[in-house]
Design a protein around this ligand. Structure first.
Ligand SMILES: [Zn+2]
Length: 91
């Protein structure tokens, strides 16, 4: 297979301010944590979230999906499916 054009995810940065402690942060793709929640009776639809953890207050900061390319989302999902982050994929 010949790849014509691949999306480069290495230069991605997410600039934000923690809403709990107001620390200014810049995250790269290795900082993003992916979670997938399967649906149940209470919450019938499955959904997924991306977040980073503030190094100062350990608060979770949501990374909006529209800030990331699909290639980047996939890369983060793959990273999270490997140990020690096997959590949501153990079932
Ligand atoms: Zn914080």
């Amino acid at each position: 297979m010949k790849i014509i054009k691949q999306i480069d995810t290495s230069g991605w940065r997410f600039h934000t301010v923690c809403d709990k402690c107001e620390t200014e942060l810049e995250a790269d793709s290795s900082d993003v944590v992916y979670n997938h929640y399967a649906g149940d009776q209470r919450e019938p639809y499955s959904y997924e979230t991306y977040h980073i953890v503030c190094p100062v207050c350990t608060g979770h900061i949501t990374v909006p999906k529209d800030k990331m390319s699909k290639a980047l989302q996939l890369q983060i999902q793959k990273k999270m499916s490997k140990p020690p982050y096997g959590g949501p994929f153990d079932r």
